[in-house]
Design a protein around this ligand. Structure first.
Ligand SMILES: [Zn+2]
Length: 388
């Protein structure tokens, strides 16, 4: 299994004009190729597309050879995703425009790492840039990780950062008849509840941040909707602060969840597939609100990353009725649940209500895994991770 992690390197950049010019030209190339693909009406393979656009990219636009490869690969990727979304009727075929704020580099081809320096190929040749090397980065720079396609990004503060993509093969735990599964239920009364096949469980409350989230959303409502400049500034400040608090908490909780999984020899973690959940009416409003929040997506993504580093795979499962289903007899009813207590109206099985979701997700993970195995799939489909 491939573990991937993007670390953000702050660069000391004495000549931003040089990078600006390179990024602008690169983006011009992206938009040129984007127009070509748009006119073709469907995505084309990288190699075939390369033949069509290479000379224009090199001679008219003036990109370096490796840059033109990166441009084509990146545009092809975007249009493949677009085509999938068009097929799923989520959007229509359209021309994608790229903004001149980022640019992709390939390790060993047009970027290198040497001590505290990043070497980048610009339009004016190779340049070295010092980056700020912080202790938390050391584990990724100790030679055990490989570097993949990475991005030079101009942040809102106007300076350049290098988003270094680190990858490492981890040994995946083999799934056997005696494997241990763990279900993670998010955002009921607790931030997260976990339960394993051996019925080991833990509640994660997330500490102060959950209350803070409510406080912030109330405060936000009180701010005037059109607002003065200072109110807008305050809103921006609040949401930025709230975001950082939630992200910190998600890092902490995901780390605890994964170490709980490691302690209990968990091989596979089951998470709720929250995509498209807004369309469902069978989920209560309160739960829908919490599910909609980006914070839970972030938490799941962190769990997935951290689990992967430990060789634990994750699968996403349909969360419908997980809080109303009896884990013993599978009877589904709203009446099974009453506040914090769960008593099955069919078999009388009773339990703390917040554990029910986690137990049901664990059991769905187990069933799903064996179904895949019977069909001859050794690996569950991996959800594409966003690299921000
Ligand atoms: Zn029951």
């Amino acid at each position: 299994m491939l573990a991937a992690k993007t670390i953000i390197l702050k660069m000391d950049c004495p000549d931003p004009d040089r990078l600006d010019r390179t990024v602008w030209t690169y983006t011009e190339g992206m938009n040129y190729v984007s127009a070509v693909v748009h006119n073709l009406g469907k995505p084309k393979g990288s190699a075939a597309l390369q033949k069509i656009v290479y000379s224009a990219l090199r001679e008219k636009i003036g990109l370096k050879s490796q840059m033109s490869f990166n441009v084509v690969r990146q545009v092809t990727g975007t249009y493949r995703t677009l085509q999938e979304q068009v097929r799923a009727k989520k959007t229509v075929w359209q021309q994608i425009m790229y903004a001149p704020t980022s640019m992709t580099f390939s390790f060993g081809r047009d970027f290198s790492l040497d001590g505290d320096d990043i070497g980048l190929t610009t339009l004016n040749g190779r340049r070295k840039y010092r980056f700020f090397r912080y202790p938390h980065m050391e584990q990724y720079l100790d030679g055990t990780w490989k570097f993949g396609a990475s991005k030079l990004v101009k942040h809102l503060d106007g300076t350049y950062y290098f988003h270094l993509c680190c990858e490492r093969e981890t040994e995946t735990r083999e799934v056997t008849k005696s494997s241990t599964f763990m279900g993670v239920d998010l955002g009921q009364n607790f931030l997260a509840v976990t339960s394993t096949t051996d019925r080991k469980c833990r509640f994660f409350c997330g500490g102060k941040a959950k209350d803070l989230r409510n406080v912030y959303s109330t405060m936000r409502k009180r701010l005037p909707s059109k607002g003065t400049r200072s109110a807008k500034r305050m809103l921006k400040h609040l949401s930025g602060r709230e975001r950082r608090l939630m992200t910190d908490m998600n890092h902490r909780v995901s780390k605890e969840i994964v170490s709980f999984a490691v302690q209990n020899n968990v091989d596979v973690i089951g998470l709720e597939d929250l995509s498209g959940i807004g369309d469902r009416t069978k989920i209560s409003k309160r739960r829908r609100y919490t599910h909609h929040s980006w914070a839970f997506f972030e938490l799941q993504t962190f769990i997935e990353y951290k689990a992967r580093e430990k060789g634990i795979s994750t699968i996403y499962l349909d969360p419908a009725y997980t809080s109303q289903t009896c884990p013993r007899c599978n009877h589904i009813s709203k009446n099974n649940r009453n506040g914090r207590s769960f008593v099955c109206e069919c078999c009388g099985h009773s339990l703390h209500a917040d554990l029910i979701g986690a137990q049901n997700i664990e059991s769905r993970a187990r069933t799903y895994r064996y179904t895949l195995e019977v069909q001859g799939c050794s690996q569950p489909p991996i959800r594409e991770l966003s690299t921000r």
